[in-house]
Design a binder for this molecule. Structure first.
Ligand code: AMP
Length: 112
């Protein structure tokens, strides 16, 4: 499968790791939109949250927990945002499920 995030997780494409465990891999976004911009992805290929199965509910919760853990370790005590872009209207450009963790500046709402 020609998936850029699978290749990053397998170490075939370089990345800046932020956190990893048996279920997920987190790395710095190459085009950061905030002082802290980390992507948290499951090791197994899931194309989007829309493709996640009932059996993968615990994995989704784990990724959300990992994002909050990274935020704590990054010292984002003023707050942060976790985003999951999904599909074309949602602005998803990489078809491997990932959470964006954004923080370190005031984030506007609503997003564009
Ligand atoms: P999305 O548009 O929600 O699918 O997010 C994809 C994100 O992946 C974007 O924020 C990109 O900047 C980021 N990205 C794409 N290629 C890489 C890469 N090789 N390393 C790190 N981040 C990447």
């Amino acid at each position: 499968m020609n998936c850029i995030f699978c290749k990053i997780i397998e170490g075939k494409i370089p990345s800046t790791p932020v956190y990893q465990d048996e279920q997920g891999y987190a790395f710095a976004d190459v085009n950061p939109q905030a002082p802290v911009h980390v992507l948290i992805a499951p090791r197994e290929h899931i194309a989007s949250i829309d493709e996640a199965s009932t059996d993968q509910r615990a994995l989704l919760g784990h990724l959300l927990w990992a994002a909050s853990e990274i935020a704590r370790k990054k010292g984002l005590e003023n707050g942060y945002r976790i985003v999951v872009n999904t599909g074309s209207d949602g602005g998803q450009t990489v078809d491997h499920l990932h959470l964006h963790l954004l923080g370190g500046r005031l984030l506007a709402w609503p997003p564009g």
